[in-house]
Write a protein that binds this ligand. Structure first.
Ligand SMILES: [Cu+2]
Length: 238
């Protein structure tokens, strides 16, 4: 797939042009600038190999730019991962609405959020959306002007974390490695956490399998009432 310069800025009709980037974070009522504290790529393409290291925080073939910023976040508050088609797009250009699938968010506690690659164990899921009454979670985010609302658990320990927000597009998921996974990692510092929660953690890569029923699937055969199994572990709750 190629980036579409011609179609940038509109909600395009072409599936190929409609990728997406977690490009901004809203935390404690403040929306930070595009790429502030987030390792954003210049190209909005997906990861498709769930066993690749770049499943953690993106990377080649979508090289990301490091950030030397860390965003303060209060435990127990809601943050928004802001998704945009490109780093220049506005709230009406989030992702091609033909990109349908689950939405998820993970945290990983790290010593240095600016430099930790995110690859390996330590991840726990804190938010997910799948398929409800015929509507995909990706479409919920699109309808919410690109805002993926994520509650930061109150009971986690204070300190630096990577916040990995993810959208998955399943339009091509009938074939192996056909699911398109979009993710970026934000660098955050959590305060106000009680530290009483002990999340069970998973490795990324490793958290998904190629043949997960939520990743190898023909979504066009689904009915409004169909059940959908969101990939990955259950959501951690305090
Ligand atoms: Cu795409």
């Amino acid at each position: 797939m190629k980036p579409s310069v011609l179609l940038a800025g509109v909600a395009s009709a072409s599936v190929a042009s409609g990728h997406t980037i977690f490009s901004q974070l809203t935390a404690d009522g403040k929306t930070y600038a595009v790429s502030y504290g987030i390792r954003t790529p210049s190209y909005d393409g997906p990861q498709t190999d769930v066993n690749a290291k770049n499943m953690a925080c993106n990377g080649a073939p979508n090289p990301t730019t490091p950030s030397d910023k860390i965003i303060p976040v209060t435990a127990g508050s809601n943050v928004s991962a802001v998704w945009r088609h490109t780093l220049q797009s506005g709230p009406n250009d989030v992702m091609d609405p033909g990109h349908k699938g689950p939405v998820m968010a993970y945290l990983k506690k790290v010593t240095d959020a600016k430099t930790d690659s995110g690859v390996g164990d330590g991840w726990f899921k804190i938010q997910e959306g799948g398929y409800t009454n015929g509507k995909w979670a990706t479409n919920v985010v699109i309808d919410n002007q690109g805002n993926q609302v994520i509650t930061i658990p109150k009971c986690i320990a204070n300190g630096q974390y990577l916040l990995r927000a993810e959208m998955v597009a399943l339009h091509g998921a009938r074939s192996t490695n056909g699911a398109q996974l979009y993710m970026e990692c934000a660098q955050i510092e959590v305060t106000g956490g009680t530290g009483t929660g002990k999340p069970k953690t998973s490795s990324i890569p490793g958290v998904y399998k190629t043949n997960d029923p939520g990743l190898l699937i023909d979504i066009y055969s689904m009915k409004t009432t169909s059940a959908y199994v969101i990939p990955g572990p259950p959501v951690f709750t305090c």
